[in-house]
Structures are given as C-alpha cells and as structure tokens.
Ligand binder design. Sequence first.
Ligand code: GMT
Length: 384
Amino acid sequence: MKIGIICYPTFGGSGVVATELGKALAQKGHKVHFITYDQPNRLDFFSENIFYHKVEIRSYPLFKYPSYELSLASKIVHVVQYEKLDVLHVHYAIPHASAAFMARQILASKGIIIPFVTTLHGTDITLVGKDESYEPVVTFSINESNAVTSVSDSLKNETYEYFAVQKQIEVIPNFIDLTRFKKQKKDHFKRAICPNNEKLLIHTSNFRKVKRVEDVIQIFDRVRQEIPAKLLFVGDGPERQRAEALSKELKMNESVRFLGEIGEIEEVLSVSDLFLMPSEKESFGLAALEAMACEVPVVSSNAGGIPELNIHGKTGFMSQVGDVEDMIKNALLILDDNNLSTFKANALLRAQEFTLDKILPRYEAVYERVLLESRRADKKSKQS
Ligand code: GMT
C-alpha cells in the first residue's frame, strides 16, 4: 500500500506514534509518505520505502497568520496525485483531519478517490479540540473521516462526551518497539549520575501545564529527604523554566539534571528506578510505556487512559491528580529495596502487552477496510 502520514514532527507523543508506525509499515514493505512541516524527529535515517514531503508555509503581507491548514491540504493534494497514494492517516485532529477532508474533496473533484483515517491522540480532544474556537470543525472532520481510532477507551469516551460524534471509534493503543526500548547495561552512565548508588527518578515530557511538572519536583523533594536520590528531567517545553527555577529555590542543584530533548531516551531510562507522571490529562501515557519497557515502574495520576496502562500495585501506583502526598508514599514504597525488583519485572511484563507486532496489523486492517469501502462506494456512485 502507499500510505500518506500527516503528523506534527515534534517530540510530542502523537508525532512519535506516527513516525514509529510509519517506520514499521515501511519495514513491512509499504511505501510511506510523511507529509509534515519539518523532518519528523525520529526519522533521521535512510529507508527505500520512506519519503518525506515538506509542507511549505508561505506568508504574505496581507496574512497576519500564515495558513498551515491550507498549505497542508494543498500539499496533500499534490502528493496524492503525484505519488498515487492509496490512503491517508492523520495523527492529531487539529487541523490535520480538516486538512485531509479538504484534500479529499478537492481530489474527488478531479476523479481521485482517497480515504483518510484520523487517530485521536489526546489534547486534540481533551483540551484544544473542545474549545469553541475549534469544536465545530473538529466534530465535523471526525464525523467525515473514513475511520477514526483513539489511543485509549478513556479518550474514545471523552470524544463521545464532548463532541456530537456519531462515527464509530476503534481503540488502538500506543505501542512499543522492544528491540529499541529495553534495559541496556549502562553502568558507567549510572555511576556518573548516581556515584553513591542513589535511586534515580525520571520524568520525560513536553513540559506543558497538563504534565504538572511542579508535582514532580515536590515528590522528589520529599523522596530525597528520606533516601539518597537523584532526578532527571528529559524534554523541553513552556514549563521547563519554571521547573528549573523551583528546583533552584529548593536547592536541588546537585540532585536534579535537566537534559533537554535527547534522542536516545532508552539509555537514560535504562539506568532509572522510577518514572513520575503526575499528569492532569493523559490519554494513554506513551512516555510511561517507554519507561516500563526499560523496566522502570511508574508513579502516576489516574488521569485519562493511564489506568489502561499502569496497573495499581503491580507496575506502579496511581493517585488522584494533585495528590502529591500519596505519590510520595507510593514512590518510597516502590523504591524500597524489598519491592523494587518486583515492580521492575512487572513493568516489563505489562509493556510486553503493547508490542508493535500486536498493534501494526490492526492499523493495516483499518487501511484495508477504508480502501475497500471507498472503492465500493465510488463504483456504486458511478453505476447509479
Ligand atoms: O503529551 C502530549 O501533550 C503530546 C500529545 C500529542 O498528541 O502529541 O501526546 C498525546 O498522545 C500520546 C500518543 O498517543 C499519548 O500517549 C499521550 O498520553 C497524549 N498526551 C496527553 O493526552 C496529554
């Protein structure tokens, strides 16, 4: 199949899922065309089956705001026509689903039939999408998608709750490539960060408000008062500066390191003992799954789809959003040497339920279904 993938090329979860999915599809022999405004972060190698089409966003003195959506829709039209794509898969509804809808209509006027699949990832529904400045377009373009998938039951339910969506939504959870995300022996690295065998806590995110990074610092501050511990922050985003300021205020300079956006995240996860995810909203929690695959248990909130991943009392613990006291108690319980190895083993076992080989065929089946349905519908309309 020739598949067009539209996503945000950043470190965010939806971009990561889209890129990893595209890479896996390419490995299976599909031709995968990424249509994005920048080279996706995890797409930094050559593959004969992967193509990258850059969306050029032109500005013009009349435009106060450059129109990403129009440029994207136009680019999709060109790529589908030129490369003869079979199906489009858009990740994150805003504005990818409406751009795909527009492209599909334009192409239909030229006699080209192409279905599009929309995958809902999280804040496109739970935060940004339901804002009245976007809602009618989001509702319309979800209903107009040829198929819709969401990354958790929780996100599916929220979509039905917030939007007048009639379209059937199939839940296809996030997945993990265990050949990459596995515990590696990085003793030298561990010794460098934790020279006195301290326990290592880690938080990776895009530092948005919903991640509640301040909770991470509060949890760590109390943990380090009880046991020798260090904290690693990976990623970047709007809340990073505030987090750095707070950690300085709490005199954590020696204990906390901000690593920024790093590529080989599995290396730091390999030497970590506990992953912290106190998010206010989290449709699935891909970052936690990546940690679990590297045998790192998780202390998290119970927001959104996290309960569909983190098993309370087994792979980690969950608390109400903002219940920092409970999270501190849970973190200390897991980090106790009598418990840590059991939690680590359970985390890996759970991650093994979300492997790429289980998820990939489900997306392929969706593509095949929409392709068949749209060809049938086209044939029928030509006959009538
Ligand atoms: O975490 C983010 O804010 C990025 C966001 C995205 O859409 O780029 O991630 C969302 O999608 C991931 C992949 O499906 C999920 O694992 C994350 O839980 C989800 N984030 C939120 O719901 C906040």
